[in-house]
Design a protein around this ligand. Structure first.
Ligand SMILES: *Cc1c(COP(=O)(O)O)cnc(C)c1O
Length: 379
């Protein structure tokens, strides 16, 4: 079909940067230094400055960022880590991989983020960390989460994988807890050409620990104080990310503009009542890694859009507490009703920066048609 509107089209971002990116990759090839060299060091400086945090440590993926941060806090067998029931799998799998127990909390259905009012009840003397996720690019309620964390003397590890450049009361997400974890998976707002991630911290000792853990727990040549792993970011990925970073704020602005444009198109198309649109919360700058709407007729809407060449995706169709691999935690359907309902109703629409007004009109038109025909059908 000629005029498909894909959920994401990375080529449109790549094309204007193509020569610059190829030159950056060539620089690495010419140097023949592939691991922990000048590109990674420069990227760490640039990202720390961008985020306004003391230290940034580049790692191999967002998953490994979480794993390294939780390891640095000493999370292990017998410990509990409190987190949301509605997120990407890695938020909870990293806890379980360390032998600890993920303790899930339901979400606030307005923001899709961890319900801060349910936090205190989930914290026990075994709680080693709280991992809020800033899902889809919107901050969790960091004031109330910080209050709970302080009362219990438990550190916060922010899963900011989807939220680079988003803020809470003017401060960059990822810089509000003991550690902030980011992903540069290609579909994230700052995407590498493969896997890459980042951990940030304001503490010098924690920075040293992260650097050691990403390199097999090494503290001096071939002396291993702890058991880390190979969690290093490649020079080539760092070189690509350095070309992209100066554009990140512009891309986030474009995503916000597209989100605003959807709102007015949906208003004009009379579908605003049939769909729940993503919330914007005062003092939380949303960077729309995803523009997620909800409707009880989600699967029908998705099929309708697909038939008209409009891409969409379900993030995420199954909440974490109902994943087969966590069956031993003993959860059942009904334990976290808001997370379960979100999993049944959410749909992500195209919102990437290069999306054109015309394409958004097509998406909105297709949705308006769906709403009209389904209202007519139910009469
Ligand atoms: C993408 C993502 C991760 C994992 O990042 P990878 O780079 O894919 O390993 C973790 N948490 C959340 C919320 C994510 O969206």
């Amino acid at each position: 079909m000629a005029d498909q509107v894909p959920l994401l089209d990375l080529r449109r971002q790549y094309e204007p940067l193509r020569q610059e990116i190829l030159d950056a990759i060539a620089r690495v090839c010419d140097r023949q230094r592939f691991i922990l060299g000048a590109e990674v060091e420069a990227l760490e400086r640039e990202l720390a400055e961008y985020l306004g945090v003391r230290h940034a440590v580049a790692v191999s993926s967002g998953t490994d960022a979480l794993l390294v941060a939780l390891t640095a806090l000493g999370v292990g067998p017998g410990d509990e880590v409190v987190t949301t029931a509605f997120s990407f799998f890695a938020t909870a799998s990293t806890v379980a991989r360390l032998g600890a127990r993920p303790v899930f909390v339901d979400i606030d259905p307005v923001t899709f983020n961890i319900d801060p009012d349910a936090l205190d009840a989930a914290i026990t003397p075994r709680t080693k960390a709280i991992v809020p996720v800033h899902l889809f690019g919107l901050s969790a309620d960091m004031d109330l989460i910080a209050d709970s964390a302080r009362r219990a003397s438990v550190p916060i590890v922010e899963d900011a994988a989807q939220a680079i450049g988003a803020t809470f009361k003017g401060r960059a997400l990822g810089t509000l807890g003991a550690f902030g974890c980011f992903s540069f998976y290609p579909t994230k707002n700052l995407g590498a050409f493969g896997d890459a991630g980042l951990v940030v911290t304001g503490d010098d000792g924690r920075r040293d620990m992260l650097r050691s853990l990403r390199q097999h727990g090494m503290t001096a040549p071939y002396v291993h104080d702890s058991i880390g792993g190979n969690f290093r970011m490649d020079e080539i990925q760092a070189a690509v990310l350095r070309v992209k970073l100066p554009h990140l704020d512009g891309w986030s602005e474009a995503r916000r503009r597209n989100a605003a444009r959807y709102r007015s198109l949906f208003d004009a198309g009379g579908v605003a009542d049939a769909l729940v649109l993503p919330s914007e919360v005062p003092e939380r700058r949303h960077i729309f890694n995803q523009f997620v709407v909800r409707t009880p007729r989600r699967d029908d809407l998705r099929a309708h859009l697909a038939a008209r060449g409009v891409g969409s995706e379900i993030y995420y169709p199954r909440p974490l507490h109902l994943q087969p691999c966590f069956a031993s935690l003993g959860h059942r359907q009904g334990d976290f009703p808001h997370a379960e309902r979100a999993a049944a109703e959410v749909l992500a629409l195209p919102v990437y920066p290069e999306l054109t007004a015309h394409e958004q009109e097509r998406v909105a038109g297709a949705i308006a048609e769906f709403v009209r025909t389904s209202v007519a059908a139910s009469r």
